[in-house]
Design a protein around this ligand. Structure first.
Ligand code: BDR
Ligand code: CA
Length: 315
């Protein structure tokens, strides 16, 4: 199994992404970064998710940066309890997890693990990129030792979710996104538009999942309660969205990515209305280095099959 470290702001879809990663990868550790809900709640959510996945005590959880590197103006760090529930878990208010977080800082854990295992540790980034950017700044020597970084973030069609132009993970910490995108690490990006095109689970999909009657299926139902309502009222989407799970699926099986291309990708940090906007230079107008492989199409039924397999296996 490929070895990965996950960087997450654990709430809602992050949890299912973690379960998918636990299923398909050897997860060396989970780092928490500021994002979706209150930081301590995200730590709890990650620990509880590991428990649901049956891996308590086997996957360390490290606390990282609680907020963005800078964070100002339009993009002050904003939590999104309206999307994922007050607890980030669909207002399920689960019991406290049996595992505790580790003592050290996530950034130091990342740097040490990469140096000890050069070329071995793939990264799954499903949150604002603060921790990864800070690790690159603290010790740039890690860069050539990271074989691949998979990022859920940005959009490739200029339609954001937290603002009209910005996707949440890039919006919360655009400076971090900029550092990471230009770091030289080989990157695959799965943007918000992939999520709305290929990851939506409607009522029929939910019934199919419920029919699995496993602990995993019940957990899926619980954590998705609030986002189902939010998507209908705000995004006019008929179902739940699974950006982070899509990212884990692509990383686990690149074959489900039916179209992808290398482009120059950058992020807006100074725009009055567009802070966090991701620029994908599809027609190479800027003639700059092609730094990111952008996912452009996904085999939806293959993705759904992977999701079902994961939820079926958790019982
Ligand atoms: C991203 O924002 C978060 O709310 C989700 O977990 C996902 O990582 C989608 O824009
Ligand atoms: Ca996330």
């Amino acid at each position: 199994k490929k070895r990965v470290i996950i960087d997450t702001d654990t709430a809602g879809d992050d949890t299912i992404s973690i379960l998918m990663a636990l299923h398909y990868f050897k997860v060396e550790g989970i780092m928490i970064t500021g994002g979706n809900v209150q930081f301590h709640q995200q730590v709890e959510n990650a620990l509880y998710t590991i428990q649901v996945g049956g891996k308590s005590g086997k996957v360390p959880v490290y606390k990282g940066h609680e907020g963005p590197i800078m964070g100002f103006g339009e993009s002050q760090h904003r939590t999104v309890e309206d999307v994922h529930g007050k607890d980030g878990m669909g207002d399920s208010f689960f019991e406290k997890a049996i595992q505790s977080p580790e003592e050290g800082h996530a950034v130091d854990f990342l740097i040490e693990t990469i140096h000890e295992n050069p070329g071995e540790i793939h990264l799954l980034a499903i949150a604002p990129l603060t921790n990864i950017a800070m690790a690159i700044k603290k010790d740039p020597a890690i860069v050539p030792k990271i074989p691949h970084l998979y990022i859920m973030g940005g959009t490739n069609n200029a339609l954001g979710n937290i603002t009209p132009s910005a996707e949440y993970n890039f919006f919360v910490d655009p400076e971090a996104a900029k550092i990471v995108l230009h770091s030289g690490i080989p990157i695959t990006m799965v943007g918000w538009e992939m999520c709305t095109k290929y990851s939506i689970m409607d009522d029929n999909d939910h019934s199919e999942i419920e029919a699995l009657s496993t602990k995993g299926a019940q957990f899926f139902k619980d954590v998705n309660k609030v986002v189902m309502k939010f998507n209908k009222s705000v995004h006019k989407l008929n179902g739940t969205t699974h950006p982070d799970t899509l990212l884990a699926a692509v990383a686990a099986n690149e074959e489900i990515m039916t179209e992808s291309n290398l482009y120059h990708v950058d992020v807006e940090t100074v725009g009055e209305l567009t802070r966090g906007y991701s620029l994908v230079d599809i027609n190479n107008r800027l003639e700059r280095s092609k730094n990111v492989r952008v996912c452009e199409a996904i085999d939806r039924s293959a993705f759904k099959e992977m999701l079902l397999e994961v939820l079926r296996s958790i019982d």
